[in-house]
Design a protein around this ligand. Structure first.
Ligand code: UDX
Length: 489
């Protein structure tokens, strides 16, 4: 008797148009393609153009296709999240949403000829949408077309739980803050009553609750619970207690992180080095010269400094960090993005005090964009001064590198609280960056009494992360469940 093969599902992945979202979504796309699933990955036209490695990815994963969609912004719009977040999300909701609807209708039809034959002629009709949780207009569009939707949040479970608690915090009058006491404890986040101070809440909690950005996040986190499942880039041993709270709001959750590590563990391909996968998802050009510099440094002696892809600093803040770094005596590798300065300081960028130039020449190395995963894995790196973006936090945990956290926006304030108080894998420098504090904390991170506590704890989580993506691990198993659920749709 001839066995009939079940056709593979066809899933559309829609990331939010920012580096920290595209990277984990593209990793998820590769994991699904590796299981034979057809994936249509939809970037905005602008990001589509900047993702230069598309062809090599499609060659490696033949069921991966890229499509682009108009974000509605004029061609000369800078599109940087800071300070244009509202422009971007408003335009996505008004212009991109109806375009997405049209795209879903065409991909869900039996013929879907508009795809063309480039990627093979047997593309099945679309069976599911996997959308970033900040693009919940995709839930409306998919419902209208009759397609199921699964959401992805690219930030930590602890921050997602805070977002989901926003209506409760308002109801219980914890938001907006009634006075300026940022150290006051917040009790409206179930399970975390004694842990969170006002300053540890999401950055939007510092805004009035009728601010359009606050309203945007609250609306998205109300809409997201209509998705039939939630994918999270975290692992059970790291965030089990918040995961059980989040699970009460969704019919299914899939904690499948760290995604970058899961990809390495599932795809047995010597070509899939961390640099090639990370580069494939990068909107920036990496400067690899820092790897040679790191090779010449002593093990554990270098602090790696990076504020992720969107945080901006004033020139005053940048100089305070610079003084603190130089005065700490540590060797440092610093990612100073060309757009790192907020507008007010931009014109003064190239005026650097002589003592900083000297100190940097002796002990530092500055690049525009580094191969971060590789840097963190390098023997010479003994600490990470970070903005506590979630991808960076997971990458540091995976590499076993303790952190000094200077959170700025979105989920970062929550992540850094967990780093300092729950996981004890670093120091939370929140809301301070004067040169004396920076110097003192770098010394504490790199060689103080507490360093042993941090390294022991981060080693433990690094091992748990490795276990979670191994064949018997929870993230591996949860991905299997996700794949099975996609097949059963
Ligand atoms: C922000 C949020 O803070 C994050 O938590 C959220 O989930 C997405 O939006 P971002 O500022 O981009 O993200 O930081 P992060 O999440 O840490 O992501 C940055 C990514 O860029 C990391 O994967 C990091 O490896 C990569 N990177 C950064 C490089 O490859 N090279 C660099 O020089 C700097």
């Amino acid at each position: 008797m001839e066995m009939k093969l079940q056709p593979q599902p066809h899933v559309l992945l829609l990331p939010f148009p920012a580096q920290g979202h595209i990277k984990p979504m593209l990793t998820l796309a590769q994991l699904l393609c590796h299981a034979g699933i057809h994936v249509t990955f939809v970037n905005t036209e602008h990001n589509h153009r900047h993702l230069t490695q598309r062809e090599s990815l499609s060659a490696r994963f033949p069921t991966l296709r890229f499509r682009s969609i108009f974000d509605g912004l004029p061609s000369d719009h800078p599109r940087s999240i800071s300070p244009y977040f509202l422009d971007i999300v408003t335009s996505l909701r008004s212009t991109t949403a109806p375009l997405l609807h049209q795209l879903l209708v065409s991909l869900a039809s039996k013929t879907n000829d508009d795809i063309g034959a480039a990627a093979g002629d047997q593309l099945p009709p679309l069976s599911c949408v996997i959308t970033d949780g900040l693009m919940c207009f995709a839930i409306d569009a998919a419902e209208e077309v009759g397609l199921p939707v699964i959401a992805v949040r690219t930030s930590s479970a602890c921050s997602v739980w805070c977002y989901l608690c926003l209506p409760k915090l308002i109801e219980e009058a914890e938001l907006p803050f009634g006075d300026e006491d940022m150290d006051k404890t917040v009790s409206g986040v179930p399970g975390k009553e004694c842990l969170l101070r006002r300053r540890d809440l999401l950055s939007i909690c510092r805004m009035p609750v009728d601010h359009p950005v606050f309203k945007f996040f609250m609306e998205e986190h109300i809409a997201i619970t209509r998705a039939s499942g939630l994918i999270l880039n975290t692992f059970e041993d790291l965030e089990s207690s918040v995961l059980s709270h989040i699970a009460s709001k969704f019919s299914k959750i899939y904690p499948i992180g760290p995604l970058h590590a899961l990809l390495k563990s599932r795809v047995d391909d010597h070509d899939l080095s961390s640099s090639s996968t990370a580069m494939a998802a990068s909107l920036h050009r990496e400067d690899r010269s820092c790897m040679t510099w790191l090779d010449s440094q002593r093990p554990g002696s270098v602090i790696f400094v990076s504020y992720g892809s969107l945080v901006k600093l004033t020139r005053v803040q940048l100089l305070e960090f610079w003084h603190g770094l130089v005065n700490s005596g540590s060797h440092f590798l610093w990612v100073m993005r060309s757009d790192v300065l907020s507008d007010e300081g931009e014109h003064m960028r190239h005026v650097t005090p002589t003592e900083l130039e000297m100190g940097t020449k002796e002990r530092g190395f500055i690049v525009d964009w580094a191969p971060q995963e590789e840097v963190l894995a390098h023997d010479a790196v003994g600490g990470f001064l970070t903005h506590s973006g979630w991808n960076s936090t997971l990458e540091a945990i995976w590499a076993g590198v303790p952190m000094l956290c200077w959170p700025q926006v979105a989920d970062q304030q929550v992540n850094s609280r967990w780093v300092g108080e729950v996981w004890k894998i670093g120091i939370d420098m929140k809301d301070m960056c004067d040169r004396t504090t920076v110097e003192k904390m770098i010394k504490a991170l790199m060689g103080g009494e507490e360093r042993e506590v941090f390294t022991r704890s981060v080693d433990r989580f690094s091992k748990l992360a490795r276990a979670s993506v191994s064949e018997s691990g929870s993230s591996y198993h949860n991905l299997e469940k996700l794949i099975q659920d996609l097949r059963n749709l």
